[in-house]
Write a protein that binds this ligand. Structure first.
Ligand SMILES: [Zn+2]
Length: 96
């Protein structure tokens, strides 16, 4: 699942896990099967937000310039990520 570095850590507010989307649209997305969200999550958008959080606010330009660095940061990010109704509603939950 290299192309989906957040797979397994991304959860809906209801507790359902997001999985890689299977649509044929260009780009990557995460979807949940619970029906809380009408639309898939744009993978690049959520990964950039998580990366900014995990790297204490690194710039978006770094996100674009160094995908290997980004993948490494995201793969080591251990917190559970809950996404609410919008991508502005993201909660990071430390593992207990
Ligand atoms: Zn849900």
């Amino acid at each position: 699942m290299d192309r989906y570095p957040l797979y397994g850590r991304l959860f809906c507010g209801c507790g359902q896990r997001f999985v890689p989307g299977s649509s044929t649209a260009p780009g990557r997305e995460y979807v949940s099967l619970c029906g809380c969200r009408l639309w898939p999550i744009n993978a690049a958008v959520i990964e950039q937000r998580v990366y900014a959080y995990a790297s204490s606010g690194s710039s978006a330009s770094e996100f674009d310039a160094a995908p290997a660095v980004v993948a490494a940061v995201l793969s080591q990010f251990g917190e559970r990520i809950e996404v609410g109704g919008t991508l502005d509603d993201i909660r990071f939950m430390r593992p207990t």
